[in-house]
Design a protein around this ligand. Structure first.
Ligand code: HEC
Length: 152
């Protein structure tokens, strides 16, 4: 009797797993969790809309400020990806999924096994926030705005 019900719970657990897998693949894959060391990284106050910071961010993004950093080489000067596989950040469906910590983490560390390389050795934290604030405008008609469309 005990044996029988154990077998049954294994079957139920198996079904639940398959069902959960189906759900996950129906939508976008969930984003990787932000590592603990990046969880406290947040956009400085006013940073999303700071005109000066965004101006710096644009230079960095376009490869005009920092040696060996040129986001536009892959993500495109106008945000339209140039390199295959580069994320289209004009699409609010992408940008609105990223928390500020997530965005900062990805730009800092890059994404393993992709062309997206780490930038933390080349950019200061301030510069990373600047380039993020600039990149954020691609999903907002080229206008600076708060990251209020972020949906966790
Ligand atoms: C050599 C090409 C290349 C350069 C240069 C590059 N990226 Fe990327 N980036 C990619 C690719 C490819 C992806 C998509 C990787 C994947 O998820 O498969 C990506 C993804 C991203 C993402 C989305 C992260 C995610 O988890 O979905 C952000 C944000 C980003 N890049 C920002 C930047 C910024 C800011 C710069 C400049 C400092 C930059 N990238 C430079 C190729 C590049």
């Amino acid at each position: 009797m005990v044996r029988k019900s154990m077998g049954l719970s294994v079957v139920i657990a198996g079904c639940a797993l398959i069902f959960a897998g189906g759900l996950a693949s129906a939508g976008e894959a969930p984003l990787a969790p932000v590592p603990a060391e990046y969880a406290d990284k947040h956009m400085p106050a006013g940073g999303w809309t700071d005109a000066k910071a965004i101006e710096e961010g644009k230079k960095i993004y376009e490869g005009k400020a920092v040696n060996d950093v040129d986001c536009s080489a892959c993500h495109g000067t106008d945000g339209k990806p140039k390199k295959k596989g580069a994320r289209d950040l004009r699409d609010p469906k992408n940008a609105s999924r990223y928390s500020d910590s997530y965005w900062f983490w990805r730009v800092s560390e890059g994404i393993p096994k992709t062309k997206m390389k780490a930038n933390k050795a080349k950019l200061s934290e301030e510069q990373i926030w600047q380039v993020i604030a600039y990149q954020h405008m691609f999903s907002h008609d080229g206008k600076a705005s708060e990251h209020s469309d972020y949906k966790p």
